[in-house]
Write a new protein. Structure first.
Length: 77
């Protein structure tokens, strides 16, 4: 089973954001660093680390780190 805290830490580091943002309800889209390029980096990172391919529609709907975590948990085999 994937650790929720480790998932958040991993994504925050990949996105170049502050570790104190590694919380379930952190809205990554509200960050001034967020861009379409970071969306692609996030999709690739989740695929490489957890073996889950997040679709573009799932990425568009996700607002928080918790949303992304739920996508990964639901799609891990």
């Amino acid at each position: 089973m994937i650790s929720e805290k480790e998932f958040y830490k991993h994504l925050i580091q990949e996105l170049g954001m502050e570790l104190n943002d590694a919380e379930r309800d952190f809205n990554f889209r509200s960050s001034s660093l967020w861009s379409s390029m970071l969306a692609l980096v996030t999709i690739a990172s989740i695929d490489a680390q957890y073996g889950v391919l997040v679709s573009s529609s799932q990425m568009k709907q996700a607002q928080t780190l918790g949303d992304l975590f739920e996508i990964v948990v639901q799609n891990q085999g």
